[in-house]
Ligand binder design. Structure first.
Ligand SMILES: [Mn+2]
Length: 311
């Protein structure tokens, strides 16, 4: 599918691949979800909501779209979960190497296996900040390692994985869980210092994988598995702002928007949250300043397991 529209209805001037600092890759994929289906409709609903959003951000006093946001072709590979992950990996890596700030919008969470793999191969000593209701640490699920329930298993082996907002998991996942780096929702609610503790565990370079079901279902009902007891809007924004301010966030993905006909507020929340994250990323940066995504062309990963030959 070739997208003819620009992100958020911005003018062509700000939507060119060559000059845009930000890449947005839609991944309308829902091959492995188990309960609420429809995450494949996520990117479309997100883009539609984005078009109806005002583009001046009051808090940061900025119009981040002027940094340039290129809406990439959607990744529609559907042959198998593994091939989808491979496609996401390859395309993400390609844009990282073009010195872009790469973002993805899913789709269900298995797409993150590909995005995290790309980032962990391009950035040394990467922290993956995993914000989610679910631990997603299973080694395989329904016979596949490329299932949404396995979204961060690989990251637990290849990166500094920190999990935030977790409130649902299987006992077997404890085997793969580093509990010192897990922030359970029931603990966060009584700990006013949780954001500082999360940041203390991070390396300098951070990729964020944001499963929208981390948010409380009262504000984000449109997701496949709405778990009670989630994050609220302003605490999420405060936390993210702190992360963007103190760390080098090199990219992020946002997944599991499962839109429905009746309630559009979730789509709009996702649109605003995405735009907020960009606003925080480019806070205080001039539009005509060059962007350096800090990808080191000489960085050779020690993790050769998934090395491809595109160098
Ligand atoms: Mn989840």
């Amino acid at each position: 599918m070739k997208t003819t529209k620009n992100y958020a209805g911005i003018s062509n001037e700000f939507a060119q691949l060559e000059t845009a600092k930000v890449i947005l890759i839609p991944v309308p994929y829902d091959g492995t979800s188990t309960w609420g289906k429809g995450a494949d409709k996520g990117p479309e609903a997100f883009l539609e909501a984005s078009e109806n959003m005002e583009l001046y951000d009051i808090e940061t006093d900025s119009e981040v779209y002027k940094q340039g946001i290129y809406l990439a072709d959607a990744i529609t590979e559907n042959e198998s979960p593994e091939q989808l992950v491979n496609a996401v990996h390859k395309i993400t890596k390609g844009y990282i190497k073009r010195n872009k700030f790469v973002t993805l919008f899913g789709g269900e969470h298995s797409i993150s296996i590909g995005s995290i793999r790309a980032f962990s191969q391009c950035f040394d000593n990467l922290t993956v900040l995993h914000i989610d209701a679910h631990a997603d640490l299973r080694k395989s699920y329904n016979g596949s390692a490329y299932n949404h329930a396995c979204a961060v298993h690989e990251a637990s082996e290849t990166t500094n994985l920190i999990q935030v907002g977790i409130r649902s998991m299987d006992a077997i996942e404890k085997t793969f869980m580093n509990e010192e780096k897990v922030f359970f929702a029931h603990d966060m609610v009584t700990d006013e210092y949780w954001t500082d503790k999360v940041i203390d565990l991070m390396t300098d370079t951070v990729f964020i994988t944001f499963d929208l079901d981390a948010l409380d279902p009262s504000i984000m009902p449109s997701t496949g598995t709405p778990e009670p007891g989630g994050l609220f809007y302003y605490e999420t924004l405060d936390f993210l702002k702190q992360v963007f301010r103190e760390k080098n966030v090199v990219g992020f993905d946002m997944v599991e928007l499962c839109p429905n006909e009746i309630d559009k507020s979730s789509d709009f929340l996702a649109a605003k949250l995405y735009y907020k994250m960009l606003s925080y990323k480019f806070m205080g940066q001039e539009v005509d300043e060059n962007y350096d995504n800090t990808y080191d062309i000489n960085y050779k990963t020690t993790n050769t397991k998934f090395q491809d030959d595109d160098n």
